[in-house]
Design a protein around this ligand. Sequence first.
Ligand SMILES: [Zn+2]
Length: 467
Amino acid sequence: MSLRFYDTRARTVRDFTPLNEGCVSLYLCGATVQAPPHIGHIRSGVNFDILRRWLTHKGYSVTFCRNVTDIDDKIINVAKAEDVAWWAVSERNQRAFTRAYDILGCLPPTVEPRATGHVPEMVALMRRLIERGHAYAAGDGSGDVYFDVRSFPDYGVLSNQRIDQMRGAADTDGDRDKRDPRDFALWKGARPGEPSWETPWGPGRPGWHLECSAMATRYLGAAFDIHGGGLDLVFPHHENEMAQSNAAGDDFARYWLHNGLLTMGGEKMSKSLGNSLLIPEMVRRVRPVELRYYLGQAHYRSVIDYSEEALREAAAAYQRIEGFLTRTVEVAGPVEPADRVPAEFASALDDDLGVSQGLAVVHGHVREGNSALAEGGKERAAELAAQLRAMLDVLGVDPLSAQWSGGEATGLRDVVDALVSVALEQRQAARARKDYAAADEIRDRLGAAGIMVEDTPRGPRWELKRD
Ligand SMILES: [Zn+2]
């Protein structure tokens, strides 16, 4: 099967052909950095990281641009409430987002532009729109610049709406001097005490939609392959991006991909609910790789309704995969990832990134591998483990990868392993002389230090305790 994706604009699955052979350009709407991320924000990062890894596995050279919206009404409001500079709020939360992406193993983007670093590109885009009759400066001297939605017949095509049925753009205080209430602000005239940049139409700051059009074309060109984001961005954000860029004469995105939302009790996450699901909180409940597995396992277009129980189940499923790989390495020695993933896994991912079908292949391999181990077939187990590692690498959850096996901490783990071995030998010696009280005390003291000992037919094994 050839690679295909559900394209929001076409409202159907389309075969994917990149603009330039062998290369894929991908733009993803990143964070508006007014608060630290909860798992709802990061789901999109995980979904598109899997897409990028799959494209890379297929041999494409991927240019991945994910922006940061570092100026916005919400950021300004937080700064006012805390009595700090707006840029201090942006910086702090951008760092929190970067940490969260890193913790969950999302590969860094090729480029991560910030809106405030691209004002000249935005001014140039507004000038083109005004010259072509698709935008106008407000006549009230406010410094606002609006997009004229009636001037662009395709307005509404992405979100499948007719202009007359749309609500007005709620991006200014009232309708100011708009020709139509649905005209949206490309640029917002300066208000007292707020940050502003100079333009030919007066000082002000960028509207959110204009930022993404300017940054996407700055790094990926006037036409590029895939534009991604959460389903809640289709309207107005992406509709407006598309309208601005197409009206200015740019082909812009060729495929529009949207991930489903993460809800709680069936409702979109509010700030108060979201606080308990901040990334640092979540990785106290499960390991980061288990959280990633949880967020990535469902189809990217489906809704995830968060529950603690589903999170635990995902962690347990991941531990079954991990357990098989650990046991295989114990009996068969180190296993390298296979060069290619199994054909069944490949066709699942080619079909609009069918990760859940792909995971069925993963778990099939784990079951077959466990049977092979039970029957002493360590070569077969090692072969399955190699294929498994290749598939898990695409999903970004290979337990034996540098990211998840401890990487730089491996050296320290060897030291701990040597120390624990000394204690375990003493425990074996105590058992041999039937001094069970001494043997139990050694186990308890290791437990108090956070080391869990499990007795297996091949001798004791240890691992770090998780709370
Ligand atoms: Zn955007």
